[in-house]
Design a protein around this ligand. Structure first.
Ligand code: KG4
Ligand code: ZN
Length: 350
């Protein structure tokens, strides 16, 4: 059994959690968790401002760690290890969380586990569903990343696809900005799309039909901008048509990846912030069923950034004896599959 304190601060959520890896249900495994969103601080700017984010993490994180331990009825001494996000992300924020984790580990004489934020997302479905076994095919869709990976085990990733320009969450956020829906955009676009006609606005499906499962959303974003500027469409119709076009791309790309994946995948898994989108989950469920696989998606609250997933990834690492020295560095970029070949296109992420 291991009790792990998890810390997350790589973007605009400050979060801390206590994870009990001995539990079998989600309720048993997440002993306590707290999360503070910085949405209000960033809203006037229409996106995350790194310096504001880092300062907010500094103010909130220390007291939050104390509070989450109190919620759990435990102390730092009870923890077996401290797991903190060490990247990738906004480097100022990452450093706040990692340095806090190092200080706590040093003060309490506990091991430190430097967690890759993307591994947190990648393993989060196993936190929520104890029956999910390796290897699985993972669609990782967040604000900064859009990838399809084979997950063979902790630290064992093979990237089959990435985006050649924007991430899926970025496309939702930019569409929200174009439609004046504010920040963060994904949930707002999803809500408005429910009131619109997905066939009302003709939008492109970039890369659909291509033999490699990569993604591209920049052209779709420009088309959304033109549709809005035309001044003849309802915003709800633009939102619905955008969401449908984006999901058509994701489903087509994932179908190609399923065909290219190694034998023996136990499930199609979706994780990351955009995995909270109900329409996406529905579309992927149908695709997975066509391939005779279950779709596994964490509950929506575990899809967006949180510390429970960092604590859980820490617990999986700790179980294998993987810990890190106090000299471990914060990393703004940290791909899960370091051997993945670069893909064509400007501004390739991850
Ligand atoms: O994983 P996450 O919380 O942070 C990153 O690591 O990037 O993902 C945030 C992204 C944002 O782009 C947000 O707009 C998107 O996930 N998102 C959604 C939904 N909820 C969050 N996109 C579409 N539909 C949603 N319901
Ligand atoms: Zn994330």
């Amino acid at each position: 059994m291991a009790l792990i304190l998890g810390i997350e601060s790589s973007c605009d959520e400050t979060a801390a959690a206590v994870i009990d890896s001995n539990g079998t249900t989600l309720t048993e495994r997440i002993v306590a968790q707290r999360i503070a969103s910085q949405d209000d601080a960033h809203r006037p700017y229409g996106g995350v401002v790194p310096e504001i984010a880092a300062r907010a993490h500094v103010e909130v994180l220390g007291p939050m760690v104390g509070a989450v331990l109190a919620d759990a009825g435990l102390t730092l001494d009870d923890m077996d290890a401290i797991a903190a996000t060490a990247g990738p992300g906004l480097i100022g924020g990452v450093m706040v969380g990692l340095v806090t984790g190092k200080a706590l580990a040093m003060a309490a004489g506990k091991p430190l586990i430097a967690v890759n934020h993307l591994e947190g997302h990648a393993l989060s479905p196993r936190l929520a569903d104890a029956s999910l076994h390796y290897p699985y095919l993972l669609l990782l869709v967040s604000g900064g990343h859009c990838q399809i990976l084979e997950v063979a085990g902790v630290g064992q990733y093979r990237r089959l696809a990435t985006t050649i320009d924007d991430a899926l969450g970025e496309a939702f956020d930019k569409t929200a900005k174009i439609l004046g829906l504010g920040y963060p955009g994904g949930p707002a676009v999803e809500r408005l799309a429910r009131e619109g006609d997905a066939k009302a606005v003709r939008l492109p499906r970039p890369l659909v039909g291509s033999g490699e499962p990569h993604f591209s959303f920049a052209g779709l974003k420009s088309a959304v901008m033109r549709a809005k500027d035309a001044g003849i469409h309802l915003d709800a119709d633009i939102a619905a048509s955008f969401q449908q076009a984006a999901l058509d791309c994701v489903v087509d790309r994932t179908r190609i990846a399923l065909g290219a994946a190694s034998e023996g995948m136990t499930a199609l898994v979706v994780a990351g912030g955009v995995a909270a989108n109900a329409a996406l989950r529905g579309a992927l469920e149908a695709l997975a069923a066509q391939h005779g696989l279950p779709l596994v998606a964490p509950p929506p609250k575990l899809c967006t950034d949180n510390a429970a997933m960092i604590g859980w990834a820490g617990a999986e690492r700790f179980a294998l004896g993987y810990t890190d020295g106090l000299d471990v560095a914060a990393r703004p970029r940290w791909p899960l599959d370091a051997n993945a070949a670069p893909v064509r296109g400007a501004g390739v992420k991850g």
